[in-house]
Design a binder for this molecule. Structure first.
Ligand SMILES: *Cc1c(COP(=O)(O)O)cnc(C)c1O
Length: 354
């Protein structure tokens, strides 16, 4: 499929003061769009000026939330080259989310071609300062205008780009976590493994309660027994327990994070034993108190790793690492960002240069 490039009438310039970039608030000049009609398949690939869509008020996405998305980053390196981190893994996961939400599959090679062509045109928007990046948001929405509950016959796939500041400006600060007891993110058999908008809408209430109480993030327990650790905010979570790295297994209710996968590969390289197993909240709190739990950190594309400094469950609060990020947490942050920005060798072939 040939990608048509539409002209820009009023190009904007990237923000000069890169420290002022706010996550997801500003976007580049152009976006990629692709349409799907049942019977015809994907058609009309375009790179066009960034701007609002015209959408029928009955579009299925607006009523029944048939929507999926991805999040990945492009990094500018000191030699001026631009690197993508495991982008094919994101598009593969996008297709798995699509299947779960009854949406059409995309050809991963075509997505890569489209993304590369878009980035080539927008490369001046990949910021230069230390720790900055260009966040990439592929999205698919159901556009067919009909109020019946069913998989849509029409979709729009698009990719938008947003320059983002360094996630950690004043050092990597541990976060305070509130363990949600009354609310769950998903239940077994639900859509927890799909990156679909509804999962985030349903998480807002507990997040708002946690914020009201002064916490940074919510830790989600399993939807049945409300006992086993699942995720934290929209990150996966890892623990250093008895010197081993322990994380929740991929049982279908948590997201199969690419940062999670990368962190597990790196800790295996470093000689750590990895356990993907159910870990109860009691085991975590007891471990924090008796010293068997040394570190806890969230993993995700935005933050890379996010150290946990404090956990509150019901009326019990425990602290980890005396306000400091853990040693392994920081080592993983340095290794993963080192690979992304080209300071360290890419031994796993995770990097695709533009
Ligand atoms: C995106 C996401 C993650 C992290 O995935 P990465 O691929 O590492 O960015 C974890 N949990 C949820 C719920 C997510 O949406």
């Amino acid at each position: 499929m040939h990608i048509e490039v539409l002209p820009l009438s009023q190009p904007r310039q990237p923000q000069q003061d890169e420290s002022k970039l706010v996550f997801g608030k500003s976007f580049t000049n152009r976006m990629f769009t692709l349409r799907f009609d049942r019977g015809q398949g994907w058609h009309t690939p375009r790179i066009e000026p960034y701007g609002p869509f015209s959408l029928d008020p009955a579009a299925l996405v607006l009523h029944y939330a048939q929507e999926i998305f991805e999040g990945l980053k492009a990094f500018r390196r000191s030699d001026g080259s631009i690197a993508l981190f495991r982008p094919r893994d994101n598009f593969a996961r996008f297709n798995r989310s699509a299947e779960r939400m009854c949406m059409p599959q995309l050809d991963i090679d075509f997505c890569m071609t489209a993304l590369r062509q878009l980035l080539e045109l927008e490369k001046e928007w990949v910021p230069h300062s230390h720790g900055t990046s260009l966040y990439i948001r592929p999205t698919m929405i159901a556009t067919e205008p009909v109020l019946g509950v069913k998989p849509a016959d029409q979709y729009l796939f698009y990719i938008i780009l947003s320059p983002v500041a360094a996630y950690y400006k004043g050092g990597v600060n541990p976060v305070r976590i509130w363990v949600s007891d009354d609310y769950v993110r998903v239940a077994p058999g639900g859509t927890g493994e799909a990156k679909t908008g509804g999962n985030y809408a349903s998480s807002l209430y507990a997040s708002a309660l946690a914020a009201q109480k002064g916490y940074d993030q919510v830790l989600w327990l399993d939807g049945v027994q409300r006992k086993y650790i699942e995720e934290v905010g929209s990150m996966n979570i890892c623990f250093v327990y008895d010197g081993k790295v322990v994380t929740s297994p991929l049982t279908g209710s948590i997201l199969d994070g690419i940062t999670r996968r990368s962190v597990l590969a790196l800790v295996r390289d470093m000689g750590y034993a990895v356990e993907e197993r159910a870990l109860s909240i009691d085991e975590v709190l007891d471990g924090a108190e008796n010293g068997r739990l040394q570190e806890a950190f969230g993993t995700g594309t935005a933050a890379v790793v996010s150290p946990v400094g404090e956990l509150t469950y019901r009326d019990r609060t425990v602290r980890l690492g005396q306000g400091q990020a853990g040693k392994l947490t920081m080592e993983l942050y340095d290794r993963l960002t080192g690979i992304q920005y080209g300071r360290l060798p890419d031994l796993h072939n995770w990097i695709e240069l533009l």
